[in-house]
Ligand binder design. Structure first.
Ligand code: BTN
Length: 245
C-alpha cells in the first residue's frame, strides 16, 4: 500500500480522482493524497471540511477478490488501521463509533468513506477515503462543529507530522489487509470490537425509517450493527447515525 502515490496540492475530492484511476490499470494499493480538497465529501453526501495542510485527505484503491456484500468489512478494517496508526504517532487512544467514525474524547477526528466499483456483481475495486483531522486548531472550526469535531493537535496539544501519520496508516493497513486475506474477518472483527465505544452500551440509532433505542450488542461478520430493544427484540441496523447514551 502506497507503492504508487498520486499527490496533488488541491483537488475537488481525492475520492473522485481515485474513482477515475480505479478503472485504469493502476496497481492495488495506489493512493491519491491531497493537501486540500475543495469538494471533500463524507457519508450521506455531507460536506467534509478539508482545509489546506490541516489534515490527511486520501483515497486508497484496493482490489480484494471478495463477494460484494463483504465490502463493508474493509471499512471496519480501515478504521482499526487508522486507530492503530494514530496511536503509533501520538500515543492518543481513539475509539470507533459504528460504523466508521473515529473519536477522541467523544469528538470526531476521522471519517472513512468506502465506495465500490463493481462489474456484474464482482468487485472491481474498492475506493477507501480517509479523512483525518490533524493540525486544526479549535478556532478553525465553525461554531456548530466545535462541539462535535476535533483534531489530533487539539487533543495532544502539539502539532503532529502528517507524513509520518500517512506512513503509519500504510504500514498498519498493509498488515491488517494481509491478515484479512489470509485469515478472514474474524481477527479484524475482534480488534474492531476492542476499540469500539458503543458495544454493550445504550444507543439511539437514527435511521431513515425512524429512531431505535436499545443496547448495542455487537456487529455481524458483514459489519451490520445488532441492537436489542427494551422488549428484547434484536434489530439489524444497516445504516444510521448513532448516539450513545
Ligand atoms: C464521513 O462522513 O465520516 C467520511 C468522511 C470521509 C472524508 C475523506 S477525505 C478523503 C476522501 N475524499 C473525500 O472527498 N472524502 C474522503
Amino acid at each position: 500500500i502506497g507503492q504508487e502515490i498520486h499527490y496533488h496540492e488541491t483537488v475537488d475530492s481525492t475520492q473522485k480522482i481515485a474513482h477515475r484511476l480505479g478503472f485504469e490499470n493502476v496497481p492495488e494499493g495506489t493512493v491519491v493524497v491531497a493537501d486540500e480538497q475543495v469538494g471533500g465529501r463524507g457519508r450521506m453526501n455531507r460536506p467534509w471540511h478539508s482545509a489546506k495542510g490541516t489534515g490527511v485527505w486520501m483515497s486508497i484503491i484496493l482490489r480484494p477478490s471478495i463477494p460484494l456484500p463483504k465490502a463493508p468489512q474493509l471499512t471496519l478494517l480501515t478504521a482499526v488501521a487508522v486507530v492503530q496508526a494514530i496511536g503509533d504517532c501520538t500515543e492518543l487512544e481513539p475509539h470507533i463509533k459504528w460504523p466508521n467514525d473515529i473519536l477522541i474524547n467523544g469528538k470526531k477526528v476521522t471519517g472513512i468513506l468506502t465506495e465500490l466499483q463493481a462489474e456484474a456483481d464482482q468487485i472491481h475495486s474498492v475506493i477507501i477515503g480517509i479523512g483525518i483531522n490533524v493540525n486544526q486548531q479549535k478556532s478553525d472550526y465553525p461554531p456548530e462543529l466545535q462541539s462535535i469535531a476535533t483534531s489530533l493537535a487539539i487533543e495532544k496539544g502539539e502539532f503532529v507530522n502528517r507524513a509520518e501519520l500517512i506512513q503509519a496508516v500504510f504500514t498498519r493497513l498493509e498488515k491488517l489487509y494481509a491478515l484479512y486475506l489470509e485469515k478472514g474477518f474474524l481477527p479484524i472483527k475482534l480488534l474492531w470490537e476492542s476499540y469500539a465505544i458503543s458495544i454493550g452500551k445504550k444507543i439511539t440509532a437514527r435511521t431513515l425509517s425512524g429512531n431505535l433505542t436499545g443496547k448495542a450488542l455487537g456487529i455481524t461478520d458483514d459489519g451490520v450493527l445488532m441492537l436489542e430493544d427494551d422488549q428484547g427484540t434484536i434489530h439489524q441496523i444497516y445504516s444510521a447515525d448513532i448516539e450513545i447514551g
